[in-house]
Design a protein. Sequence first.
Length: 184
Amino acid sequence: MVRAEHRRQIGLNVKKTRGFSLIELLIVVAIILIIAAIAIPNLLRSRMSAHESSAVSTLRNIHSSQATYLVQYGPFGFADTLTKLGPGAPCDETHACMLDEFLGCSADPCTKSGYNFYLLSGAATLPRYDYTSTASPTAFGSSGRQNYCTVEDGVIRGQVTPAGPVASLAHAACADPTNFVSIR
């Protein structure tokens, strides 16, 4: 009794504190959901764009590896599989150690950053002086919305009207300007 009287005298009124009401909590949750509904599609588009940029960069890396392979193993021409550009022990024309284990996998397609990568040559015998490297989304529309390819000229081409994922493209299909055009 003395303490309560003492508190009143010095002006410290003790009030019961209450938590948030249910309505206040629902309003906060609704605001968070609205922000998420706006942000998630942008995040997914950014992720898809990053996968596409990675695919283009990877095709450039494959082309550089092919140029190096041609210089080092001239009598063979270009590699006709990604395995031949991949790691191995020892490094030779069957495993040139120019690509990592993700791109230099044991069988096509090799998957990296939401894209499948393919490599083939139109030449049936050695030396192989042509190749086509293809990049296609693993899940068209969510991991990427564009197919890419390149041939021995090193120009990265994007499909004019992508309608879905493609498998390994033939040289003529990638070089056809009505189907694939050079990207920046």
